[in-house]
Design a protein around this ligand. Sequence first.
Ligand SMILES: Cc1cc2nc3c(=O)[nH]c(=O)nc-3n(C[C@H](O)[C@H](O)[C@H](O)COP(=O)(O)OP(=O)(O)OC[C@H]3O[C@@H](n4cnc5c(N)ncnc54)[C@H](O)[C@@H]3O)c2cc1C
Ligand SMILES: NC(=O)c1ccc[n+]([C@@H]2O[C@H](COP(=O)([O-])OP(=O)(O)OC[C@H]3O[C@@H](n4cnc5c(N)ncnc54)[C@H](OP(=O)(O)O)[C@@H]3O)[C@@H](O)[C@H]2O)c1
Length: 285
Amino acid sequence: DFLILCIGRHSGTPNIPEFPANKGPELFKGKILHSIDYSYMDNVAEFVKGKSVTIIGSGKSAFDIAAEVAKVNGADQPCTMIYRTRHWLVDKSSIWGINLSYFYLNRISQLLVHKPGEGFLHYLLASALSPLRWAITKVIETYFKQRIPLEKHGMVPDYSYSFAMSSCLIALLPEGFYDRVDEGSIILKKSKKFSFCGNGIIMEDGNECIKSDIVILATGFRGDQKLRDIFTANWCRNIVVGSSDTSVPLYRYRLDNFFLVGIFGGQYILCYRIHFFFLRNCTTT
Ligand SMILES: Cc1cc2nc3c(=O)[nH]c(=O)nc-3n(C[C@H](O)[C@H](O)[C@H](O)COP(=O)(O)OP(=O)(O)OC[C@H]3O[C@@H](n4cnc5c(N)ncnc54)[C@H](O)[C@@H]3O)c2cc1C
Ligand SMILES: NC(=O)c1ccc[n+]([C@@H]2O[C@H](COP(=O)([O-])OP(=O)(O)OC[C@H]3O[C@@H](n4cnc5c(N)ncnc54)[C@H](OP(=O)(O)O)[C@@H]3O)[C@@H](O)[C@H]2O)c1
């Protein structure tokens, strides 16, 4: 009755940035790898030890890798993390022994978020409780801004914690990350664009060259492309991939509405509306 695609968003489709001619990886004399290759390595400590490592990106992978490299090389051989967007990476905080995430990463909090295709009751509930949602996320945002030295390091995201929460964009900050930045083991640099030169990375302004032995592209994945490529009709591709302002189109944005149940001979047979309770279990476990 159902075809469920569990093909992941993070396997087999590394996102490798494209570069204009004479500015790409072909110029670089060091090693370049994507974060997924790094994660498959057996002995990363040995690989990065004593090397100048530059990490591109500011997602969970970039933070994790920077923290790991900093642990191996310390301030003697700092690694550089080049980011273009600041994201909400927060730590495991608790108030009076209660894990803070319990306040917003729970099923009840999902009732406070509008969803395409929601029923009238859900619409009413989400609308009536939106001030509560705003208040909860504002308090948590303020709390994290005070607790984590984001401002000090110029890492306060440009979007609200509320948006991060409703788009499932929040990730866990590696332990002691900003201590490593303070001690000089990690250097954070903002640059909207980057390119390669013989001995490293050139930043957006073109003036600064970050000398590197190893460049790790923690630039994410093309999970959307993988899903899109499975289908041939454009309307179907758009349904599956969803809107571009969320990282989790299948969760909440699509599965709630339609479910593609079969493809035979290139024809899409049916889009079923899935039973409410099935969906709840399917999307939240
Ligand atoms: C480096 C890294 C670390 C992570 N660490 C965590 C973590 O600590 N905690 C966490 O919750 N999440 C983590 N994640 C996110 C993680 O990817 C997901 O939580 C989880 O793996 C998703 O599971 P999945 O089954 O949906 O997809 P996957 O684990 O990606 O599994 C997809 C499977 O489908 C197969 N497949 C793909 N395409 C096809 C096809 N066309 N035909 C047949 N088979 C196909 C793949 O080979 C793979 O076996 C991490 C991600 C990365 C990249
Ligand atoms: N331990 C864990 O739990 C763990 C570990 C690793 C990953 N994960 C999960 O795996 C998923 C993928 O994480 P990820 O960090 O690998 O990928 P990601 O979240 O997609 O982040 C990719 C990063 O690369 C940047 N980027 C992409 N293209 C770029 C370009 N051309 N130039 C400069 N920067 C570019 C993005 O910048 P913009 O933000 O500007 O787009 C973003 O900061 C996430 O869901 C994450 O939570 C979990």
